[in-house]
Each structure stands twice: as C-alpha cells, then as structure tokens.
Design a protein around this ligand. Structure first.
Ligand SMILES: [Zn+2]
Length: 442
C-alpha cells in the first residue's frame, strides 16, 4: 500500500507546517506564556473544510475524487482502502460523499466519508503514510410510541398539544397528523367531520438516530372515534415484501372506491370558512358541493379511478374538471388554477392522481376548491354521507399471520383507554357457513 502514499506526505507536511507556524506565532506573542496551551487545541481539532458531493447517475467514486482534484496516487489508495469495506462499483446513485480537507497549508485531503445508507458510513482516513478504512454504524434505536387524546376543537390542535408527543418538534407532530390523514382518507374528512369529544389512539414505531434529527417511523395501529363511531386501521404486510397496507380490525382493507376529499388534510386551510368566500352561491342558495379553502397551486386529487369527461372553462366554476367513475358516479372539481399533466377529455385517471391545482377562477373571491359528487342521473350527493363497501380483505393465504400480528397490534392500541375492540375469529370470506353466520352483519 505504501506505493500509493506519496501524496500522504504532502498532507502531513501541510499539518506540520501549520503546527510550526502556530508555534512561531505563540513564541512571538508569548513572553512567559506556556506554548502548550496554544498548541494543544490545534493538534486536537485541525481546521477542516468539508465538501459534500452526491454521486450522479453513472458516475463512479473515482470520478468524484478526480473531479475534486485528488491526486492520482491518492485516488488509487482511497479506492483500495474503500474496497476493504464495500464494493465501489455497487455504490448507488445519490450516495453522499464527504471530502474532508485541511483548511490550511496545501489543502491536503484528510479524509473521505462515504454514506452507504442512512445507517452505515465508510470512513477513509490518512494513517501515517497510508489510507485506512473503517465502517461506522449509526446506532439506531427503535421506539414504540403510544399516543391517545381527545379533540376539543381541531384535530390539528389536539395532536400538536398532545403531551404524549411533547418530546417531538412541531414538524414531526405535523407529519404524524399527515400519516393519520393518509390512513383514514377513505373514512373520515378530518377538515369537516371532526367533532368535539372525538377520541384518537395510535401506536407508532420509530427509528431514532442520535446524530441526526431525522425520525422515521410508521403507524402500526390507529383508531379514530368520530361522533361515537370507531374507525380502526392495523398495518399488515400480506406478502411480507414491505408493500403492506392498512386493514380494519376485521381484516378488510381500509381502502374504498372514493377518497373522502380531493385534498390532503395538511394542505387545507384551517379556520377559514370557504362558504364566506361564496357571496354568489353560498348556503343560502342550494349549494351543490363542498368547498375547501387552500393555497393557490395546491394539488387536487381525483377521488376515484375514472375517465375525464370535461377539462376546461365552465362559467362560474372557472376551470373545471369532470370525471366519470364506474357505477354511474361523477365528480367535479371547480375554480382550478390549472390542470394536471395529461388532464383532458378522455384521459384515464387513477385515485389520488393530481388532476389540477387549487385556484380562484370563475366566481370565487378567494382560492378554494369546489368539489361535487353526483350520480349519472344528475342527483347531487353529499360526499360526507356516502358510505361505500370496504376494499379487498387480507388474502386467505395470509390469514393465519394476520390473526397473530393484528391481535398483537390491536392489543397495543387497547392498552390505552378507549372503546373495547372486538375482532373476527375467522376470515370474512371463509367457506364455513356456520362460522360465517356467527359473525352477524352491520
Ligand atoms: Zn362551491
């Protein structure tokens, strides 16, 4: 390895030069002061300059070093040292590479950190005249978090002020609210249906890394009791490949053919009554839809799979999108600022796809979305009152594992105060008719 170390000498020479200069300066200043007091901090923490680079698609580690003007011999020595820990040809696009330079002297390279993933970093450092490597694993602590509370006015306030979450920054608490919205987006419109006295409980699994503020985690079980009706969601991964989803306590998917609302809860302006923005077709006249106040440019989602039948200007609705869905359903989205990519008559859309952006075109005095749900016969429906059948249940082949895992997760929920939780003993599509009849209906 020593044949790759020529450049290393110049780095050391640079360090030696810095130390010598400091020593000279200390002597010049110091009549009678001990030199060691000035020298020690320099030796302990040489001033470094950090250059952080992300590996571009198709780029190699060697090319990054070359681009940073690392000498040829150092490049080779670094690659050799790196190979002791990982294969430089298997570095993923976007890998974070930090070059640590000495700020003084000849700006010699002092070390290189390569973050293989959020938890693992390869550290390359000068070791005498050679380069050495070490693997640094970030200790990840897993935590289970139990949160329960009662809503006094807004869900947002309840979660932000929940003492169970006191240790988390506001951004993390806002993220938790978003996760709740994602889980219950087919059952509850948190912007319109939340009532005083509603209760929630949820269990979160978190990964906590001490040297970063990043907290990653996911909900494993959640419950929201809306005006006395409990909605529950349990995380389950039927294929064991990470593509899991949420099911209710009976093993039926929480997904429905329609989302309850076409905007993410976190993007809906709270404390604004959009009806006040409607001097022309407010509630005094029959108002055929639901209005959501949100910032101009907020993405609007198709609430269900379907086909666009109209995308263009329509009188007081301004820019309007109309989507036809299976079984004679029709949804309309008005006052849009613009249309989503590819949204035109005949285009097929998927549930959750961006079909436009909130605006105030047509008759509107502030940015908001006008949303309507109709039947093909023209009958207008209240989206909050429509009840739809649940999505696919847990596949029969995974039922045994579901029973085991869901009971464990529901028992975590039930460890907090709240309504009792009963679960089905058998798969909802089990072939045994006697078991089936014992379940009753709803
Ligand atoms: Zn409206």
């Amino acid at each position: 390895m020593s044949r790759f170390s020529l450049k290393g000498l110049s780095g050391l020479a640079g360090l030696a030069l810095v130390l010598a200069l400091v020593a000279v300066a200390a002597r010049a200043l110091g009549s009678g002061r001990p030199e060691v007091g000035l020298l020690a901090p320099v030796r302990a923490a040489p001033a470094e300059q950090l250059d952080t680079v992300r590996l571009a698609p198709g780029q190699t580690f060697g090319q990054v070093l070359q681009r940073a003007s690392v000498g040829w011999s150092d490049q080779n020595a670094l690659l050799l040292a790196f190979r002791e820990q990982a294969n430089p040809r298997r570095m993923r696009d976007g890998t974070l590479i930090t070059l640590r330079w000495l700020r003084h002297g000849d700006r010699g390279l002092r070390g290189v950190d390569v973050s293989l993933n959020p938890d693992t970093t390869v550290r390359l450092f000068r070791d005498g005249v050679d380069w050495s490597s070490a693997l640094k694993n970030t200790p990840v602590r897993r935590d289970t978090l139990f949160v329960a509370g009662t809503v006094r006015n807004l869900l947002w306030n309840a979660i932000i002020e929940d003492p169970d979450l006191a240790g988390f920054p506001a951004s993390d608490r806002a993220l938790i609210i978003h996760w709740m919205d994602q889980v219950f987006q087919w059952q509850i419109d948190f912007s319109r249906q939340v009532r005083e006295g509603d209760e929630y409980r949820f269990v979160l699994e978190l990964e906590i890394r001490p040297d970063s503020t990043l907290r990653s985690g996911h909900l494993v079980a959640a419950e929201y009791v809306n005006q006395g009706t409990p909605y529950r969601a349990v995380w389950f991964d039927p294929n064991g490949d990470g593509s899991g989803t949420f099911y209710d306590e009976d093993g039926k998917s929480v997904r429905r053919a329609f989302l309850m609302k076409p905007l993410e809860f976190r993007r809906i302006s709270s404390g604004v009554n959009p009806n006040r923005l409607h001097p022309v077709h407010g509630y005094r006249r029959p108002h055929n839809g639901v209005d959501y106040a949100a910032r101009t440019g907020t993405p609007v989602m198709a609430t269900a799979d379907g086909a666009v039948v109209y995308a263009g200007w329509k009188g007081e609705f301004g820019n309007l999108v109309e989507i036809r869905h299976p079984n004679g359903w029709l949804t309309r989205y008005g006052h849009l600022n613009g249309f989503g990519p590819g949204i035109r008559g005949g285009a097929r859309v998927r549930q959750g796809q961006t079909i436009g952006y909130v605006g105030m075109t047509g008759t509107a005095t502030g940015p908001h979305l006008h949303y309507e749900m109709r039947r093909g016969n023209g009958r207008v429906l209240n989206p909050l009152a429509v009840r739809l059948p649940p999505g696919d249940p847990v596949p029969a082949r995974s039922w045994g594992r579901w029973v085991q895992e869901s009971r464990q997760r529901l028992s975590l929920l039930a460890s907090m105060p709240g309504p009792p939780i009963q679960v089905l003993a058998e798969a909802p599509d089990a072939d045994d008719p006697e078991q089936g009849s014992a379940q009753g209906g709803d």
